[in-house]
Ligand binder design. Structure first.
Ligand code: KMH
Ligand code: ZN
Length: 309
C-alpha cells in the first residue's frame, strides 16, 4: 500500500468539446482558474492540455499554455504535468513542443497506438456550438492515436533525458504494459515509474474491476515493487474506479478531461467539484491524500524550482 494517495486532476484534455458542458475550460483563463481551484481542493498533480481561445479546439501551441502555466506556478504548489498526447490526430513533434519549451516536472507518455474513438459521442448532440466539433468527433472513427516505439523513444530522449521529466505512463490495455517493459529494458526510463491505467476509452480496455486486477497483477509481474500506479475510469466510471483503485493501493485521476460527470447523468460544475468528491470518498475509506511535496519524494521528481515557466 502506498502511504498516501496521489490525486491527479486532468483539467480539460482533448476528448470533450464546448457543446458538451459549460463547465469545460476552453480558454487559458478558465484553465488557470479551474486548475488553481482544483489544487486548492487537494489535487496533487495537474495534468494539462491547452485549448485555442478562439474556438475551444485542442491546441499544442506553446503560446496557449504560457499564461495558465505562469498563473498556476504563482498561485499553487501543485505538480504540473504537461500532456504529450495533444489530440488524437496530431504528430509527435508538435505534441512535445509545449513540454520541451516549459520543461515541467512531469509529462504524459502514451505507451502504444490505439483506436481512440469518440464518434459515438457525436450522436448525443443535435447542434454544436463550434464548427470543428462534429467533424472532430466523427473523424475519430477512422483515426489512430499513434504512439509507435520510435515516437516513445523520441519523447523519452527529448523530455526524459534532456529535461529530466518524469512520465505518467498512460497504458490503455495490458499490451501497453509489455511495451513499457520493453522500453525499460532498453534503458529509456528511470525508476520509480508512474503508471496510469486508462480504462473505458473506446479502443482500450473496459473500466471493469476484473480488468483493473489483471492490469495490476501484470504490472506487479513485470515491474516488481518499484513502481506507482493510478487509474482513470473514463466517463461514468470515474468515481467507481477511483474508489476501487485506492482500496487496492493505487493512486487516482479525476478531472473534466476524462469525465464530465459528478454522478450518474449529472454534469460536474468544475474540476474542483470532482476533486472534492474523490477526496471525500478516499478520506472516508481511510486513504490520506498526498501533498505535492510528498508526491515529489515518492516519484523522485526534479522539483518545482527546475521548470521553465
Ligand atoms: N484523456 C486520457 C484518456 C495524454 O494527455 O497524453 C488520455 C490522455 C493522453 O491523457
Ligand atoms: Zn491528457
Amino acid at each position: 500500500m502506498p502511504t498516501k494517495t496521489i490525486v491527479s486532476c486532468a483539467i480539460t484534455g482533448a476528448i470533450h468539446t464546448p457543446t458538451m458542458s459549460d463547465a469545460l475550460p476552453i480558454n487559458p483563463e478558465m484553465i488557470a482558474e479551474q486548475a488553481i481551484e482544483a489544487a486548492q481542493a487537494g489535487a496533487t498533480i495537474l495534468h494539462l492540455h491547452a485549448r485555442n481561445p478562439k474556438n475551444g479546439a485542442p491546441s499544442v501551441d506553446p503560446e496557449h499554455f504560457r499564461y495558465f502555466l505562469a498563473r498556476i506556478r504563482a498561485e499553487t504548489d501543485a505538480i504540473v504535468n504537461i500532456s504529450t498526447g495533444g489530440s488524437i490526430s496530431m504528430g509527435i513533434e508538435e505534441r512535445i513542443a509545449p513540454a520541451a519549451e516549459f520543461s515541467p516536472e512531469m509529462c504524459s507518455m502514451n505507451m502504444g497506438s490505439l483506436n481512440f474513438s469518440l464518434h459515438p459521442l457525436a450522436d448525443r448532440y443535435e447542434n454544436f456550438k463550434e464548427d470543428w466539433e462534429e467533424p472532430f468527433l466523427r473523424g475519430s472513427e477512422n483515426a489512430i492515436f499513434r504512439n509507435t516505439f520510435q515516437d516513445i523513444a523520441k519523447v523519452a530522449k527529448t523530455l526524459g533525458e534532456e529535461h529530466q521529466v518524469k512520465f505518467e505512463h498512460e497504458c490503455y490495455d495490458v499490451g501497453h504494459l509489455y511495451n513499457l517493459d520493453f522500453c525499460l529494458k532498453q534503458g529509456m526510463f528511470k525508476a520509480p515509474i508512474f503508471l496510469q491505467f486508462v480504462m473505458g476509452i473506446l479502443g482500450g480496455i473496459a473500466a471493469e474491476v476484473e480488468n483493473l486486477v489483471f492490469m495490476k497483477r501484470t504490472a506487479d509481474k513485470l515491474f516488481g515493487s518499484n513502481y506507482h500506479w493510478s487509474v482513470i475510469g473514463a466517463g461514468n466510471q470515474q468515481m467507481r474506479m477511483a474508489t476501487v483503485a485506492a482500496q487496492m493501493g493505487g493512486h487516482v485521476r479525476v478531472g473534466l478531461e476524462d469525465s464530465l460527470f459528478i454522478e450518474h447523468r449529472k454534469l460536474a460544475t468544475s474540476n474542483a467539484q470532482q476533486v472534492r468528491r474523490v477526496r471525500e470518498i478516499l478520506e472516508r475509506q481511510g486513504n490520506q491524500i498526498a501533498t505535492p511535496d510528498e508526491a515529489r519524494k515518492m516519484l523522485d521528481l526534479k522539483g518545482g524550482d527546475r521548470v521553465k515557466f
